[in-house]
Design a protein around this ligand. Structure first.
Ligand code: X2X
Length: 345
């Protein structure tokens, strides 16, 4: 009986010690691996963003923080519109994500999807690097994630298998794959097309089989995936929408790191974002736009719009702009419009 009591006593002491040890090392209780979600993997600029971020962090934390890339939003079975919720819930530890995919949960992110809001790269920078960027980060922070840096998916150009598109009439009845964010369905409906919402995972087979006629995405994706081989013979550079990428970390994960490690992760994200934006714009910012030449060399008809032709698309989508301005928040949209008007070109 006495021995038993002693044993119980020892067990209690051990348990207490155990608790103490756990508390003392709580901050050092890092996971062996962190799960980073992405839609596109390497070799796309988006995938490069994740890789550069992960490599820098691993090196600078001497391996304490090891972020593994999960492209294809594979942690949530390819359903990219659930990425933000999964991040908050901790199903995903961190992500480099498109504003489009998170906009169903964070309505302010639809700002970047307003048709023809951002006429050039300087306009994108005026938003992400200015007051608007700060406001969006504050919103994301309130929304339950820690935003760290901006990257870029890019200008989403229109491709299809049917004909050159120079006017909304050319789009009439065309089946266009759009992302699962309602503003895109609204825009293509306003243009007279027949939009079909689907994930990127479903879009690729749909293009191959001809279930859809066209899609819109940054042009690096056209060359990387060789979209001309799935019948996409026509490209129109209309520059209607560009989606930034945002580097974020789940709040609990962030809080489990030491301030020194948080600093490393944040600075690495900012660096990776800068590098990635340069990669995403490569071939499109040079005067002769070599990326467009590469695409034309694939036997693809590349159509650039005259200002008057472009204006017809702007006009046709204006009701969508006005409708979504109210949803996004008129003040935020006004701040964005003013920042763009004042941008340095
Ligand atoms: O699904 C798309 O079109 C993509 C890859 O561009 C996004 O994730 C927004």
């Amino acid at each position: 009986m006495k021995i038993r009591r002693t044993l119980i006593g020892l067990a209690a002491v051990a348990a207490a010690l155990g608790t103490f040890t756990t508390a003392a090392t709580a901050q050092a209780a890092y996971k062996a691996e962190y799960r980073m979600s992405l839609v596109l993997g390497p070799p796309t600029p988006w995938g490069q963003a994740g890789k550069v971020w992960s490599d820098l962090v691993k090196e600078r934390t001497q391996g304490r923080i090891n972020m593994k890339l999960y492209p294809g939003v594979s942690l949530i079975q390819g359903d990219q519109t659930r990425e933000f919720s999964a991040l908050r819930q901790g199903v995903i530890d961190m992500a480099v994500g498109s504003t489009i995919n998170w906009s169903p949960q964070v309505k302010e992110l639809n700002l970047f999807s307003l048709p023809f809001l951002m006429p050039d790269y300087a306009a994108i920078d005026a938003l992400t690097q200015g007051e608007v960027g700060k406001k969006i980060f504050a919103t994301l922070d309130k929304g339950g994630v820690v935003p760290l840096a901006w990257g870029e998916n890019g200008y989403r150009e229109l491709t299809n298998s049917k004909r050159p598109i120079k006017s909304p009439e050319d789009l009439k009845g065309m089946k266009i794959r759009v992302v699962g964010s309602p503003i895109f369905s609204d825009m293509f409906t306003a243009l007279g097309a027949n939009p079909t919402q689907m994930s990127w995972a479903d879009a690729q087979p749909a293009l191959s089989s001809g279930a859809v006629d066209g899609q819109e995405n940054p042009l690096f994706l056209f060359t990387i995936l060789k979209m001309h081989t799935v019948g996409q013979k026509y490209v129109t550079t209309w520059g209607y929408v560009a989606d930034p990428l945002i580097f974020v970390v789940n709040k609990d994960i962030w809080n489990s790191w030491t301030p020194a490690d948080q600093k490393i992760v944040r600075e690495a994200a900012i660096e990776a974002g800068k590098q990635e934006i340069a990669i995403a714009r490569k071939g499109l910012v040079e005067a002769d736009k070599p990326l467009l030449k590469d695409i034309a060399a694939m036997g693809v008809t590349v159509t650039a719009l005259t200002p008057a032709e472009r204006e017809a698309f702007v006009k046709a989508t204006r009701p969508v702009y006005d409708k979504w301005k109210a949803t996004i928040g008129p003040d935020l949209v006004k701040t964005a419009e003013a920042a763009i008007a004042a941008r340095k070109k």
